[in-house]
Design a protein around this ligand. Structure first.
Ligand code: FAD
Ligand code: DHB
Length: 406
């Protein structure tokens, strides 16, 4: 095997590892503040743009992308939703976010599209995104000149001296493990189920998302556009998609989502994959001049659509923190981890709550099923309970006691 070609030494203000939504938006927000960054990514541009993941943006995420000038397709193709349906015990109930929260909504706009918009904006601004790098390393994190090393696609080894490094490299990245284990506290929960997701070329059979509790397991009807639907089924962890031919997926969706007088339309399956379900929080989100953001620091199970929104909220905070730090003010950088973790834990709780209310645990008894059904009846009949769901789903800035509840 040939080793990397002669090394190159470079300088930037912020080294960013990972061109997912977190790393891309951070490099864009820093550029708006006149701050240089180098962004390195393991995968190809095509892979990053095609990776099927989240689909729902909180109102605050839409506002953030708009404020950063990333409008255009989001405004024309994003589908604004004012609520969701919860289905259980043979009934389908609407939770009206607009009415319950004084007008707050969410927007269906796929993560693939957010990533495409961000990559296009960065490249149009002349930024270099290094795709398909290997052997990424971060070092000297406890100094004020941390170093980012990587081998670019052409085989050249780079060493970039930075003022700060942002670890936006997802759950399996190298940045979180670069923090000494003794300084990290991890809280984690694995769930005894996974999601099998399909993307199908068929008009959605619903105007808003349907979250369905069913004795056979959870199902979700989401959408991507007026022509493309996104649907999910609860399956056992480790399920192989090979065991789920398209006919079997549609038959199971029909069983779990079906209601008399309502039709689930079927169409060609464009993509099919299985996602594990995990809650994971690693604290703190900063070590010296290394700042973690998004999935590199925390994972939520997908029920409730929080993962992408948390990643965007982290980097909005981080751009301000780094702006201050590079101008000689450390207050926001010092507060970064604690400030983010407050929102992270709220979303971690909400995602866990939605997940446990809607999924059938293997071996669960009738007691558990009745408790879930009672909770579902409560959130669809009590205004206070419905408002809590609506407030969490649409996203809101966590309030601290003493900061005023009025
Ligand atoms: P990522 O999107 O994971 O981006 C990290 C990037 O870092 C990747 O591009 C990766 O290739 C790169 N990277 C990793 N290691 C290195 C390295 N050593 N050097 C350079 N680059 C590196 N959330 C929802 O809300 N709803 C959903 O339906 C949903 N579905 C999901 C399905 C799957 C399979 C997964 C994995 C996640 C899903 N999520 C979902 C979560 C959501 O997509 C994530 O929260 C979101 O992608 C987080 O963005 P990020 O930028 O922090 O991380
Ligand atoms: C989608 C994913 C989610 O996890 C969710 O709660 C709602 C929608 C989606 O991919 O569309």
């Amino acid at each position: 095997m040939r080793g990397p070609r002669t090394g190159r030494t470079e300088r930037t203000q912020v080294g960013i590892v990972g061109a997912g939504p977190a790393g891309l938006l951070l490099s864009h927000l820093l550029a708006l503040r006149g701050i240089d960054s180098v962004l390195v990514e393991l995968r190809s541009r095509a892979y990053c743009e095609a990776r099927q993941r989240a689909g729902v943006l909180e109102q605050g995420s839409v506002d953030l992308l708009r404020a950063a000038g990333l409008t255009g397709r989001l405004d024309t193709e994003g589908l604004e939703h004012g609520g969701i349906y919860l289905q259980f015990g043979g009934e389908r109930q609407h939770v009206d976010f607009r009415e319950l929260t004084g007008g707050r909504t969410v927007t269906v706009y796929a993560q693939t599209e957010v990533v495409k918009d961000l990559i296009a904006a960065r490249l149009a601004a002349g930024a270099a995104i290094e795709f398909e790098v290997t052997d990424t390393e971060v070092a000297d994190l406890e100094t004020d000149r941390p170093v980012l090393r990587y081998t670019s696609a052409d085989g050249v080894r780079h060493e970039v001296t930075c003022d700060a490094i942002a670890g936006c490299d997802g759950f399996h990245g190298i940045c979180r493990p670069a923090i000494p284990a003794a300084l990290r506290t991890v809280r984690e929960r694995e769930y005894p189920y996974a999601w099998l997701g399909i993307l199908a070329r068929v008009a959605p059979s619903t105007d808003e998302l349907i979250y369905a509790h069913h004795p056979r397991g959870f199902a979700l009807h989401s959408l991507r556009s007026p022509q493309v639907s996104r649907l999910y089924l609860q399956v056992p962890p480790g399920t192989d998609v090979a065991g789920w031919p398209d006919d079997k997926v549609w038959a199971e969706l029909q069983l779990r989502l079906g209601l008399p007088g309502w039709d689930l339309k079927e169409g060609p399956v464009l993509e099919k994959s299985v996602t594990p379900m995990r809650s994971f929080v690693s604290e703190p989100m900063r070590h010296g001049r290394l700042f973690l953001a998004g999935d590199s620091a925390h994972i939520v199970p997908p029920t409730g659509a929080k993962g992408l929104n948390l990643a965007l909220a982290d980097v909005a905070m981080l751009a301000d923190a780094l702006g201050g730090l590079l101008a000689g003010r450390a207050d926001l950088a010092d507060a970064y981890s604690a400030t983010c973790l407050e929102r992270v834990w709220r979303s971690t709780h909400f995602s866990w709550w939605m997940t446990t209310m809607l999924h059938a645990s293997p071996g669960a008894d009738e007691m558990e099923a009745q408790l879930q059904l009672s909770q579902l009846r409560y959130v669809t009949s009590s205004r206070a309970a419905a408002t809590s769901l609506a407030e969490n789903y649409t996203g809101y800035p966590p309030l601290r006691a003493g900061a005023g509840l009025g």
